[in-house]
Write a protein that binds this ligand. Sequence first.
Ligand code: GLN
Length: 475
Amino acid sequence: MASARALAQGVRSGRTRARDAVDAALAAAERHAGLNAFVVLTPERARAHADRIDAQVAAGADPGPLAGVPVALKDNLCTRGVATTAGSAFLRGYVPPYDATVVARLEAAGAVVIGKTNLDEFGMGSSTENSAFGPVHHPLDPDRVAGGSSGGSAAAVAAGIVPLALGTDTGGSVRQPAAFCGVLGVKPTYGRLSRHGVIAYVSSLDQVGVFARDADDAALALRAMAGADPFDATTVDRDAVEVLVPDGEPWLGPDGAPLRVGRVTTSWGEGVAPGVRAALDAVAARLEAAGAEVADVPLPLADAAVAAYYVIATAEASSNLARYDATLYGQRVGAPGDGFEAVARTSRAAGLGPEVQRRVLMGAFALSAGHVDAYYARAARVRRRIAEALAAAFERFDVLLTPTAPTVAWRQEERLHDPLSMYVADVTTCLANLAGLPAVSVPAGTAEEGLPAGAQLIGPAWSEARLLAIARALS
Ligand code: GLN
């Protein structure tokens, strides 16, 4: 399938029709139904939108830089009039009355939404097996997971159904499935994209991200969505031009000196699969051959990142998910005459999956009187020190390099019943979320079993343009 850029160019010039692009994407989604990448397809809405775009072009108007590009949205992004489930049985049938800001902006740029993609319930997971709608299958091997929690969006791009898809990344949920599926995934700087209309998991870490097959397509989508939003006070109005991939020399640092790449070495290096390590060695060698300076950078505090992440994530999640009491949202379960407490309890027990319940319990514990200092407050301190350690590293390096994930895609159910083994796999990605920094997962060839590996580039705040420029040069 063509790139988003080429598709939009064709549609804007009248050479190709948005309707044909959308029909092709819908047909591909049907062909790949076995992946279980979509929770719902929206063919009527998509075709009507495509027809409006074609009519605009026929009338001499410009529908925008993403004109007629079929896109898929993770199903925790609110879509007006289209059911939004967050992968939870609890929200089955919930139809938001408004669009997430990122969705509205993507559509305003001409993109056409063809459906909502499968995810781990509320974004909690790394394999898209914790979904009320069943697991997503890896496009190259149905016995493997596609990664998570945005596994449906990753699989949809990797299978060639759409050139662009949105996910959310709280601890790695865009980068890790991108790496598993062999596509590019970018998590922007915290505050780059609005969280308005994103079903909250961990508000201080959540950020919308983009799946694409190359850096220029990812930049196109970022540019369409970036910028301040009155509905999200944490957004920052940076010049949107910054997320353009510059044509400049990606191997040069900001001052024209050679690009300084820090290869992170910590004790988790021992947990990295040999094939993934070899793939990263090859990326480092390519960077050096192109003129970059690559040096090791120890980051001992990174060893504490997963522990801090899971305390902070579960604490905020237990608070965010308190709203699901079956009063305003959610499927109500209970007998007539049951009071609020009983209805909330039975409805939550029936509607929230086991991983979500586990996390709400852990989070409530971490925040409870008598434990909050030992857990939440301590995790918050670790988080601050990680941010400081990364800031110090960026005085010596322009970008940091790590594997995106320690292994290639694992087998279905391999880690499902051993939550800790799933959690530790987030060791490489959650660093960037804890510090609010942008990071990109770039396809890095294949590793174990011929499955894709990903290289992660982490940059200082607002350095998306540089990260994407390096990603482009590595492709
Ligand atoms: N795997 C991590 C978790 O389960 C990250 C998920 C995400 O980024 N949404 O919390």
